[in-house]
Design a protein around this ligand. Structure first.
Ligand code: MRU
Length: 369
């Protein structure tokens, strides 16, 4: 997508110097500073994933794939591969894309002779990235049709609520939940996006609003607590979110707070008319080994500092962090929740839009499973 009119992906290899490296857009600096970070080895990739310089389920899958390549620069042994794979999978446990990408890298590399592994790793990581872009473009096409249908039924601006950041920053390019939104805007459909700020890391306020602004999509940031109120007031026509893991029966695990939005949408507007709730999900995000998300998806518990400290720009332009909690306050910080399939109207995939219970029939162990 475009940043100040220049096209960027979120991650790419750089082979120009003596030693190959990977470059990423550093998401911890946005929206105030646009900065490219250089990642030169496995430890730096682990650090980038853990500190969320790169984040979003599809992007951390791509980052893990490049992490394997970086790990093999000096040693291509089975031991090195297996060390890198375990460290990367443990870096962020909830998003299944990370394990999916690492497993795919191992399946490609382990059968190769040692001398071919490094080249194979760069090639496979690049293929994972290119495929992510294609999947998201297909999601854009199918999601666009749902938005178009809404706009044909309601000849006015369509209000879409989203949560967290499932835009191009969360993927290699185009995004998942935001891909249909960009497509609708580009197709001339009048849309407006309600962007939940997404405490504690503020991915909505800092990243989604920045992305939508770069693309010229009309949007308004709201506090996380405002979504239900706006639905009740008839100011939300549909909800589209991303996902970090979806189970075989269609339970959707996504950023903490998603479940509350799904509940409110299910209850509907003041007249009780249900508001459609969609998750945009490329197939590497589906975990076919799990049926029930609530008991079986490991929810990442993140550091208390994420709630305690808020960072932003001071009036004098300096970037600073401030503490908003009394000292020694106990904090719980689950990073994701699970929305049971019954609250999900449809799952927007690269193959089409399906009710959760149709997912297995259409996509089960499909091309990208
Ligand atoms: O913790 P994050 O920011 O890596 O969380 C992932 C997300 O960005 C969201 O949950 C998103 O909606 C799904 S990723 C396309």
């Amino acid at each position: 997508m475009l940043v100040n009119e220049q096209h960027f992906r979120t991650i790419w290899p750089n082979f120009d110097g003596d030693r190959a490296l990977v470059q990423v857009i550093d998401q911890t600096k946005l929206p105030h500073v646009f900065e490219i970070a250089n990642i030169t080895n496995l430890q730096e990739m682990l650090h980038a994933i853990k500190t969320m310089q790169v984040r979003g389920a599809p992007l951390i899958g791509a980052a893990a794939a490049y992490g394997i390549a970086l790990a093999l620069v000096d040693s291509c042994t089975d031991a090195q591969l297996s060390h890198a794979a375990s460290a990367l999978i443990a870096a962020r446990p909830t998003a299944v894309n990370l394990k999916w990408a690492v497993d795919r890298m191992l399946a490609r590399l382990l059968p190769l002779p040692l001398q071919d592994r490094l080249h194979g790793a760069w090639a496979e990581a690049a293929a994972i990235c290119d495929e992510d872009v294609l999947l998201n473009q297909a999601i854009a096409k199918h999601g666009l049709e749902i938005i178009r249908l809404q706009s044909e039924n309601k000849p006015r601006t369509i209000n879409i609520l989203t949560h967290c950041n499932a835009g191009w920053l969360a993927t290699v390019d185009f995004g998942t939940a935001l891909a249909p939104i960009y497509a609708a805007h580009d197709a001339g459909i009048h849309i407006h996006v309600w962007v939940g700020e997404t405490r504690p890391r503020n991915q909505g306020a800092s990243l989604t609003s920045w992305e939508l602004g770069q693309h010229g999509v009309p949007h308004t940031v709201i506090s996380d607590n405002a979504g239900g109120h706006l639905m009740m007031q008839g100011q939300v026509d549909m909800v589209i979110v991303g996902a970090d893991r979806v189970t075989a029966k269609g339970d959707v695990c996504n950023k903490i707070g998603t479940y509350l939005k799904a509940l409110a949408a299910y209850h509907g507007d003041v007249a009780g008319v249900r508001i459609p709730f969609y998750a945009a999900v490329p197939s590497p995000t589906i975990d076919w080994t799990i049926e029930d998300g609530v008991p079986d998806i490991e929810i990442e518990e993140r550091h208390a500092d994420e709630l305690a400290w808020m960072s932003g720009k001071l009036a004098n332009g300096a970037i600073a962090s401030v503490n908003i909690l009394p000292s020694d306050t106990q904090v719980a910080n689950p990073a994701f929740d699970v929305t049971p399939a019954k609250f999900v109207t449809g799952i927007i995939t690269e193959q089409g839009v399906y009710a959760p219970d149709q997912l297995r029939g259409v996509l089960g162990r499909g091309a990208y499973a």
